[in-house]
Write a protein that binds this ligand. Structure first.
Ligand SMILES: Cc1ncc(COP(=O)(O)O)c(C=O)c1O
Length: 440
């Protein structure tokens, strides 16, 4: 029996007892799990003393790395006062303060915060709220949702219905409410000679055609502003969002901005919508909201939406709940994250960090196997030309062997680092990624 201080002791037990997410478990017969013993800053440490640079912020959530002293202290202080109370009929200081601060930061007048536990639950909330809004406003025929080709909004059934990633969706298709998918503004899809903006305008024209014809039965359009993440960091021109906003207003269709990945500075501004100067009707946030500490999500909505539910009739209210809604520890962690943004001037400082990493990435961008090298805010992505059929697993394993946590999406390699890498860590990330690409 290996000692509990070694990886081997945990591998078989995890394989037997834990059904890991987004995983064909049989794969772990050949690609071992990585048991993590502890973490600090951008580094994860396994039980055998190896370390891994968390270059994707653990599925895009650990904005300030791991074990941040300020977030640790905030959770500790909250723990001494109140860990949790149900949010129906009760309220507490962290949820009030968080709601006020999020409303003040949000792009547009989004003063009403409804909490969930993870990204998918936020998307479910926004979809249900939009549908129910139209019903309360005597427009029960508005039940359809428009989503964008290759978009990703989560994997519960409602969220999956507006997701267009075949690997996640196809098996469950018979269970899903049929929606309308419109072409993606993804700049990589631009015709030869066309600019990213031209392509985005073309996609917006296709959206216009759908809304013009079918708006009477459409409740909402849902978008991932500026970057379609899970499909492979597809970046697009902000003009698409500006047009989408105009069209939604013109055709009486809600605009749901799913900033679960793009929010919290990932695209360079606090929220990606700011770069198109638009305000959505619903804003979904999660992932970085607690800096990777505790599950929390929120949907912010407008006075207009809120007013449609405010009534003497309970059934016209939004009767949706999750047991952990507005958990006090999670809200306190989220407040500590907002304090870090304010006190460390993160939005103003990140461009300097990004410029350093971008400079270090230039040899990679110029590599003969690299296509579509792109960068926005604190996201970098590129496709690798490789004949390996198992490219993403191969790359993941090669990265681990070089102290990097990188999980390509198909042939798309991306960095979504925590906002705390120092120069040496950035150099290590750039050099070792290039080493792997060179033997792809
Ligand atoms: C844009 C977007 N929406 C929704 C989700 C779902 O979030 P969760 O995995 O927390 O359910 C994700 C997750 O990657 C996402 O990127």
């Amino acid at each position: 029996m290996p000692s509990l201080a070694s990886n081997a002791a945990w591998l078989a037990r995890s394989h037997a007892a834990v059904w890991h997410p987004c995983t064909q478990m049989k794969l772990h017969e050949t690609l071992p799990l990585v048991p993590v013993a502890r973490a600090n800053g951008p580094w994860l440490y396994d039980f055998d003393g190896r370390r891994y640079l968390d270059a994707i912020s653990s599925w895009w959530v650990n904005l300030f790395g791991h074990g941040h002293p300020a977030i640790n202290a905030a959770i500790g202080a909250q723990l001494a006062e109140l860990e949790h109370v149900m949010l129906a009929g009760f309220t507490h200081r962290p949820v009030i303060e968080l709601s006020e601060r999020l409303a003040a930061l949000a792009p547009g007048p989004l003063g009403h915060c409804f909490y969930g536990s993870d990204g998918a639950s936020a998307v479910e909330i926004a979809l249900k709220m939009s549908f129910h809004y139209w019903r309360n406003r005597d427009r029960p025929e508005k039940i359809g949702f428009v989503s964008i080709e290759h978009g990703y909004h989560g994997e519960t059934l409602g969220a999956l219905a507006v997701t267009d990633v075949a690997l996640f969706r196809d098996v469950y298709a018979p269970l899903l409410h049929a929606g309308i998918t419109v072409p993606s503004p993804d700049a990589r899809l631009a015709a030869p000679g066309a600019s990213a903006r031209d392509h985005a305008l073309g996609a917006a024209a296709a959206l216009e055609a759908v809304l013009a014809e079918r708006h009477a039965s459409i409740a909402a359009l849902i978008v991932e502003p500026l970057v379609q993440g899970a499909t492979g960091m597809a970046m697009y021109d902000p003009v698409y969002l500006a047009r989408a906003r105009e069209l939604c207003t013109r055709y009486d269709v809600h605009l749901i901005a799913d900033e679960i990945m793009t929010g919290y500075g990932r695209t360079g501004t606090m929220f990606a919508c700011e770069q198109a100067n638009i305000a959505p009707d619903f804003l979904c946030l999660s992932k970085g909201i607690t800096g990777g500490y505790l599950p929390l999500s929120v949907v912010l909505s407008t006075d207009t939406v809120y007013a449609a539910f405010y009534d003497d009739d309970p059934a016209r209210g939004f009767l949706h709940s999750h047991s952990y809604t507005g958990n006090a520890l999670a809200c306190r962690a989220a407040l500590a994250v907002l304090d870090l943004f304010r006190d460390e001037n993160v939005i103003a400082r990140n461009p300097h960090r990004a410029a350093r990493l971008d400079a270090l990435a230039q040899p990679l961008a110029a590599h003969a196997r690299v296509r579509n090298f792109r960068h926005l805010g604190m996201i970098w992505a590129f496709e690798v030309e490789s004949a390996r059929p198992d490219f993403s697993y191969w790359f993941f394993a090669e990265a681990l062997a070089r102290e990097l946590l990188l999980r390509p999406i198909g042939n798309t390699v991306y960095w979504m680092p925590p906002y705390v890498l120092d120069d040496a860590e950035m150099a290590l990330l750039a050099e070792r990624t290039l080493e792997i690409v060179a033997c792809a």
